[in-house]
Design a protein around this ligand. Structure first.
Ligand code: TXA
Ligand code: MG
Length: 321
């Protein structure tokens, strides 16, 4: 076996993008910035490359991956878009909305990427480096968050190297991620659109665009349709306690609004700012001297749904990843 090279971090530029595109076409893994979190990218049409993602993440292989495209026309070649899908892509793409759609006959996407399902999750990220990379590779890119399975998602290039090290060939550095929580995953393979994972686009905005309420996925931890539904996920090393107004002894407090903490997600009570800070602040507190992390209450609307979803998983009893 060849000795793995340590991961390189390179500022995203024309030269590093061309190199990254070449690595991807060879079946190697490249981490890249999106507006949500850093993704661990591989050629979505190559079984061997997609298998390398599961290996690097230590991820259970029944979890399907999101396939990233550079525009809606590229998605048309992979999946069947209906009127709802066209309306939502026109309204929210590029952006943090992932659509689960029926696989098109002859779709080049690896069956491993969709975990053998007859649907594929597609999204067009709102980040110039991600879009340039997809074009440089000339392939759609399968990309989960660029961290070991079950751990806190990366919002800085350094987080990726921390978590994956030599398991990734190259990390393109595009600075901090603007949104900070993963995309909203919406299942459009059924008659009623179903929210599988709350994320960067608020459920209320999608309901307003569709003019009808979304179904919410029933949570069955034994048969997760979305790994966002596995109980423990996004977990820092320290225990996490929710809805705290003060810290107990030896606890760090992650504040919000009027509750000022060791670190504060948003003193102004702004949910967008809180989402953007969430994972980086959890990592900072995790690396500090405390024995646990207490978190202030976050309102359950808009981006608060995604923040509370990730926090509940961070606080869930730790079982298998
Ligand atoms: O913001 C994001 O979505 C990030 C960045 C890198 O784009 N990616 C990400 O990917 O979070 P990942 O693999 O960690 O999450 C994929 C989500 C999971 O909840 C998975 O179960 C769901 O999408 N998913 C993928 N394909 C699916 C399918 N065919 N049916 C149902 N759910 C699917
Ligand atoms: Mg993830």
């Amino acid at each position: 076996n060849p000795v793995p090279l340590p991961a390189l971090i390179e500022p995203a530029c024309a030269l590093s993008l061309a190199e990254a595109g070449r690595l991807l076409r060879e079946g190697r893994l490249v981490a890249f910035p999106t507006e949500t979190v850093y993704g661990l990218g591989a050629d979505a049409t190559c079984d061997r490359a997609v298998a390398a993602i599961f290996e690097a993440k230590g991820r259970p292989s029944f979890n399907p991956l999101i396939v990233h495209v550079a525009d809606a026309a590229e998605a048309e070649a992979l999946v069947e878009l209906d009127d709802r899908a066209r309306l939502l892509t026109a309204r929210f793409w590029p952006g943090p909305l992932t659509l689960v759609l029926p696989r098109r006959a002859g779709s080049p996407v690896s069956l491993l990427a969709s975990a053998g399902l007859d649907t594929i999750a597609v999204r067009m990220p709102d980040h110039p480096v991600a879009l340039d990379l997809i074009r440089a590779a000339g392939r759609p890119l399968a990309a989960p968050s660029a961290n070991r399975s079950g751990a806190v998602s990366p919002t800085l290039a350094l987080h990726v190297v921390d978590s994956l090290g030599a398991r990734v060939a190259l990390v393109l550095d595009g600075g901090p991620c603007r949104v900070g929580v993963e995309s909203t995953v919406l299942d459009l393979s059924t008659a009623t659109a179903c929210l599988l994972r709350p994320g960067g686009i608020a459920a209320e905005e999608i309901e307003a665009a569709l003019g009808s309420p979304l179904a919410r996925a029933a949570i069955d931890p034994h048969a997760p349709k979305s790994p966002g539904m596995l109980e423990s996920h996004y977990a820092p090393g320290l225990p996490v306690r929710l809805n705290a107004t003060t810290a107990e002894q030896d606890e760090a407090l992650l504040g919000f609004g009027d509750i000022v903490g060791t670190l504060t997600l948003s003193a102004a009570g702004d949910l967008q700012e809180a989402a953007a800070n969430l994972f980086a602040m959890l990592r900072l507190l995790d690396g500090g001297p405390h024995r646990a992390i207490a978190v202030a209450p976050i309102p359950e609307h808009g981006l608060g749904l995604a923040i509370n979803d990730r926090l509940r998983r961070a606080a869930a009893p730790r079982g298998q990843p």
